[in-house]
Design a protein around this ligand. Structure first.
Ligand code: COA
Length: 202
């Protein structure tokens, strides 16, 4: 179990960022993750269709129960993917996953969301991002981690830039959401960049 205080435990340059003692105390969270199982199905179904999550996914329709029930066993059995449930104070609050794990080219993609909306903006996403970086670069020893974000997803773009991801691409009118074409920003971090930037990270 890791005790994580937003803004204090992260060994990153935090230009212009001031976190008061009161804020640190109020945001002190016990965060952990565990592998996702089929028993998490109802939880994931609810999170995935919740407006604050669905707004930033590529798909543009409400996921049906049938669709979800076909999706979860398939992705959990796929060894090119990995899924974790993130818990705060022992309660599930969000999902993180790796996809397209490619051991030949030693790279993968990732995504995450905070399913419980009251936990958004409290530092859980930063904990997940650091944990995923450790998983990919220290545990799995891959060379490259990539992700894609809608260009108007302010929080996701900001967090990836904060952690040192580099923009590698900009796909114009790449997905249609809400009846209009949307742009996608592609980010990546290489192992060498990670090891330099997070050299002091325990
Ligand atoms: C993206 C997401 C996972 C971030 O998690 P979070 O727990 O809210 O993030 P944190 O509280 O750790 O904040 C991390 C950074 O994100 C940025 N950020 C967070 N909320 C933001 C907002 N509303 N606007 C702009 N930047 C924001 C800030 O840079 C922040 O760093 P700071 O606290 O040092 O300023 C979360 O907002 C979420 O689940 N969003 C919906 C689903 C989604 O967009 N997933 C990503 C799809 S690619």
């Amino acid at each position: 179990m890791v005790v994580w205080s937003k803004g204090t435990d992260l060994k990153l340059p935090r230009q212009g960022c001031f976190v008061s003692e009161q804020e640190v105390e109020s945001n002190r969270l016990e965060i952990s993750w565990r592998p996702t199982t089929l028993a998490d199905s109802d939880l994931l179904f609810r999170w995935r269709n919740s407006p604050h999550v669905a707004e930033f996914q590529y798909t543009d329709h409400v996921i049906t129960r049938e669709e979800h029930d076909a999706w979860l066993p398939r992705v959990l059995a796929d060894d090119r993917r990995a899924y974790w449930i993130v818990e705060v104070d022992g309660k599930p609050v969000g999902l993180a996953n790796l996809a397209a794990i490619d051991m030949h080219n030693r790279r993968c993609e990732w995504a995450f969301y905070i399913g419980e909306s009251e936990l958004v903006g409290k530092g859980v996403g930063s904990w997940i991002e650091r944990q995923v970086l450790r998983e990919v670069f220290l545990k799995r020893e891959l060379n490259k981690l990539s992700c894609e974000v809608l260009d108007d997803n302010e929080a996701a773009n900001a967090i990836h830039r904060k952690f040192g991801f580099t923009q590698e691409g900009f796909f114009r009118d790449h997905v249609v959401k809400g009846g209009r074409p949307r742009n996608i920003i592609c980010y990546a971090m290489r192992r060498a960049d990670y090891l330099t930037k997070f050299a002091d990270d325990p």
